[in-house]
Design a protein around this ligand. Structure first.
Ligand SMILES: C[S@@+](CC[C@H](N)C(=O)[O-])C[C@H]1O[C@@H](n2cnc3c(N)ncnc32)[C@H](O)[C@@H]1O
Length: 200
């Protein structure tokens, strides 16, 4: 709460995410995933859930720019690799390829250029079938129009987590492997909704 009052645009939430939202995020991590990058872990709600899910702490790479949260994470997860850097710098650090990027970043309050830099950096370090997992409080994809098309990404929207305050929806972005016009005709069987590359 205090960090939100100090840096509202950066923190963008009055309280840490609920355990219910953390579980919904971690459910989207691909089976047999080993190395995970987490962006904007804050107090470490998703980090804890990832460790409980079986991800080894030393296989976690965290990016957190808030010094208070970074100190807390260093204390709570001493074996994780912690970068006190913006997520935009993910492509420039050692480590990976990552099987998933779990993001608690406030994408909705970022500019299109910031969003594109983050997704571009993440997909530069993700394995070819890696997933970028993001939640949003909004009613639609948190990634601004045109960016998925430009970076050749598809996305899947999963269920809304009503137990979270405010309710949140988890989105999973992946690099497209087939032309957009084919994706247009092939909704995924394992998800509630699949959207295709939007027109640029
Ligand atoms: C909405 S909070 C989410 C915290 C936690 N993941 C959760 O769900 O409770 C957003 C977090 O992202 C961090 N953050 C914002 N912009 C960032 C950036 N460009 N790079 C890394 N961390 C960032 C903030 O400091 C904050 O900890």
């Amino acid at each position: 709460m205090l960090q939100f009052l100090r840096k509202p645009r950066q923190v963008a939430a009055l309280a840490p995410s609920s355990r219910a939202l953390a579980k919904a995020m971690v459910e989207q991590v691909p089976h047999r995933a080993k190395r995970i990058a987490e962006l904007g872990p804050g107090t470490g709600v998703f980090t804890r859930c990832l460790v409980d899910h079986g991800i080894a702490e030393q296989d976690l790479t965290l990016f957190e720019i808030n010094p208070r949260f970074a100190d807390l994470l260093a204390h709570r997860f001493p074996r994780a690799v912690l970068h006190r850097l913006p997520a935009q710098e993910l492509a420039g650090v050692a480590g990976g390829p990552f099987d998933a990027v779990v993001s608690g970043l406030p994408l909705l309050s970022m500019t299109a250029a910031e969003q594109e830099a983050i997704l571009d950096a993440a997909f530069a370090r993700l394995a070819p079938d890696g997933a970028f997992i993001q939640f949003t409080y909004g009613p639609a994809s948190p990634v601004r129009r045109g960016i998925c098309g430009k970076l050749q990404l598809t996305f899947t929207r999963t269920r809304r987590i009503w137990a979270n305050l405010p309710p949140a929806t988890v989105y999973v972005f992946r690099r497209a492997r087939v032309p957009a016009r084919i994706l247009d005709m092939e909704p995924a069987a394992d998800a509630w909704t699949t959207r295709c590359l939007e027109p640029t």
